[in-house]
Design a protein around this ligand. Structure first.
Ligand code: 2DT
Ligand code: MG
Length: 212
């Protein structure tokens, strides 16, 4: 068996309700890592730039209607189409900070009533994150922050269901961070979590796969 240690970048996922601060914190993290001399990129799902991503975007902005199963599979396909680039980047030593991933896929679709195991199935074989950070905020507090756009899922009633689905989905390995703290306090906690993960991966922690 080949036991050589291959340093690599870390795959770090941020999850949470809309307006929990994922996007701001993700970009701050990338700046912080780059400033510390660590190669890092900001990724987000859905990636609306691809053909599949454009179908997703059109659905989210209510420009098109799709069956719940169909849109679920498109979100998954959007991750599959980025998988090989993800592998290349990680193996080249770049840490990826990813704003939403398979957990959003399962939480949002199962909130519409789709079976959770059915929702997980198309994610099997994608890379498992080295860290999942959940920015924890109540749906009510998130809604008070304002700035829900007019997109399909950006409604308090639905966000309440998503919050319940995330609870059913998370496990002990998730890092739960109180998103109601000041931006700076959240930022500091995220930096510590991510640095730990980056160090582990530099030491050659093997890449693993969903669903684990
Ligand atoms: P943003 O607001 O982050 O652009 O997300 N979603 C996301 C799903 O339903 N399934 C998925 O697999 C992913 C990644 C969450 C747009 C919306 O898309 C939802 C919010
Ligand atoms: Mg949104």
């Amino acid at each position: 068996e080949d036991r050589r240690v291959e340093p690599r970048g870390a795959l770090v996922v941020l999850e949470g309700l809309d307006r929990s601060g994922k996007s701001s914190q993700s970009s701050r993290l990338v700046s912080y890592l780059e400033g510390s001399g660590i190669s890092a990129e900001l990724w987000r799902f859905p990636d609306r730039t691809t053909n599949v991503g454009q179908m997703i975007s059109s659905y989210l902005t209510n420009m098109s209607q799709l069956d719940d199963h169909t849109i679920h599979l498109l979100f998954s396909a959007n991750r599959w189409e980025k998988r090989s680039l993800m592998e290349t980047k990680l193996k080249a030593g770049t840490t990826l900070i990813v704003d939403r991933y398979s957990y959003s896929g399962v939480a949002f679709s199962s909130s519409k009533g789709l079976d959770i195991e059915w929702c997980k199935a198309p994610e099997v074989g994608l890379f498992a994150p080295d860290a999942v950070i959940f920015l924890d905020i109540s749906p009510e507090k998130a809604a008070e922050r304002g700035g829900y756009g007019g997109e399909r899922y950006e409604k308090l009633e639905f966000q309440r269901k998503v919050a319940e689905s995330y609870k059913a989905l998370h496990d002990a390995s998730w890092k739960i961070v109180d998103a109601c703290q000041s931006m700076e306090d959240v930022e500091k906690q995220l930096q510590d979590i991510v640095l730990d993960s980056v160090m582990e991966c530099q030491k050659g922690k093997p890449l693993s796969h969903l669903w684990s």
